[in-house]
Write a protein that binds this ligand. Structure first.
Ligand SMILES: Cc1ncc(C[n+]2csc(CCOP(=O)(O)OP(=O)(O)O)c2C)c(N)n1
Ligand code: SF4
Length: 311
């Protein structure tokens, strides 16, 4: 695996000068993703923060072939491109090794693009789908998605007299994709660059579909100072709210175990979207969130132990 020094010498495939907010972790994640390979890549992005901030007409920040597709069908678009590539290769019209990646937000992945993603995974395309999960529809003004955590304030789950933020827990999309029995599924975060670049390398190396769910702290929707973005991501991992693991050919493995599991309220406290949860009347919600995180963490560890014995 490449060292940080080696990676720093590589040409950046996403240029500066894009329009993401200061402190946004999406461009950081994308740089890490694109650094993980020397093979030429074609990327497809549905509508979302990454797309609107990197492709303001007539400019592009992508130093590579890049396709924009509708909000609902990035996985279908890239699987079509991959199929076209295979056909050209078969006819001897192309001999280059090329990799195909779709990168969507949680709205375009957990919700509206879910059918396209599920279909592409099931058909077995040689492609990687990466979700940049900032836990809401940020580009259109911070509306809740099925990835938004319970209790978060968004413009469509506003914390006030009627509701105390989002009422339901988040969807476990990584487990949904693992249930498609694809060769590689993982969760990662740009706060742990080595974890993310290793996982992208593995995902690109498998013959078949791979999926990586990347938590990307959003300074605007989450509400934190821009310089805290990487630290806040690390806290999500250390509290086990966002565990780092991979599912390789059916075997679940933790790729990072926090030395000390921190209370999830410390992570929640760092963000404006959870501010109301610290009022005395919302104490029980904090407890519910901690119970859910503990339960998911226990279950994940058991899955890892169990699958190591049977795969
Ligand atoms: C079918 C459809 N519905 C709604 C929209 C409007 N729209 C564009 S981007 C977006 C939200 C994107 O959210 P997400 O995928 O989470 O990406 P983020 O902006 O948070 O990075 C919405 C609702 C659209 N373009 N197409
Ligand atoms: S709204 Fe959030 S995800 Fe979108 S560019 Fe700004 S910080 Fe990044």
């Amino acid at each position: 695996m490449a060292t940080l020094k080696e990676l720093s010498h590589k040409k950046e495939l996403l240029s500066g000068g894009h329009r993401a907010c200061a402190g946004c972790t999406e461009p950081i994640a994308v740089r890490q993703i694109l650094m993980a390979t020397d093979t030429p890549i074609v990327v497809c992005c549905p509508t979302g923060c990454l797309e609107v901030t990197t492709t303001i007409f007539p400019y592009t920040a992508w130093r590579m072939p890049w396709i924009h597709s509708a909000f609902e069908n990035a996985a279908a678009t890239i699987s079509g491109v991959e199929t076209g590539y295979k056909a050209l290769k078969k006819r001897g019209k192309i001999d280059k090794e090329i990799k195909f990646i779709a990168i969507g937000g949680d709205g375009g992945t957990y919700d509206i693009g879910f059918q396209a993603l599920s279909g592409a995974m099931e058909r077995g395309h040689n492609m990687v789908y990466i979700c940049l999960d900032n836990e809401a529809y940020m580009n259109t003004g911070i509306q809740r998605s099925s990835a938004t955590p319970k209790g978060a304030h968004t413009t469509t789950s506003p914390a006030g007299k009627v509701i105390p933020g989002k009422k339901t827990f988040r969807k476990d999309l990584s487990a949904c994709i693992a249930a498609h029995n694809v060769p590689y599924v993982a969760q990662s975060i740009p706060s742990m660059w080595k974890d993310l670049t290793n996982k992208v390398q593995k995902a690109l190396a498998v013959n078949g579909p791979a999926f990586i769910n990347v938590l990307v702290p959003c300074r605007l929707g989450w509400g934190f100072p821009p310089e805290k973005a990487i630290e806040i991501g690390r806290e999500a991992v250390n509290s086990c709210f966002w565990p780092l693991y991979e599912v390789e050919n059916g075997e679940w493995k933790l790729t990072y175990k926090p030395k000390e599991k921190t209370p999830v309220k410390d992570w929640l406290k760092s963000q404006v979207r959870f501010k109301h949860l610290f009022r005395p009347e919302n104490e029980s919600i904090l407890q519910e969130i901690q119970t859910e995180v503990d339960h998911n963490w226990e279950r994940l560890q058991k899955l890892c132990e169990f699958s190591a014995g049977v795969v």
